[in-house]
Design a protein around this ligand. Sequence first.
Ligand SMILES: [Zn+2]
Length: 133
Amino acid sequence: MLKKMLKMLKNNEKGFSLVELMVVVVIIGVLVAIAIPVYNITTDRAERGACHANQRMIEGAASQYAMNTGKSINDVNDLNEYFKNGTPTCPSGGTYTYDIEDGKVSCDAPGHYHYSESEEESEEDLSSGGGGG
Ligand SMILES: [Zn+2]
């Protein structure tokens, strides 16, 4: 069998034609063009979910702080001792601000806001997510 393959290689020394190589390159390009936006959407959604989980934890810690000290926090970094690794940070690089009046933590990264405001928005994203591209 090996001899037969070597014989075929010797007889047909040309290999792939330029058109065959170009077709392969175009197919790979189309696959990458589809994969990159899907990857970005998935990453954004995961980061937003992690950010909203952080907001919930910070709000819980802020109410614990208020119960322990009898006063409200000035800054989310006042809560460092309530978390093992310090106050959580937004995975997209946003900064958290604490609203003293309603006790809500919001993020300034685009699309993050507060978890109660953006839940409806994320459901819309899920329903329209497949149509893009
Ligand atoms: Zn965020």
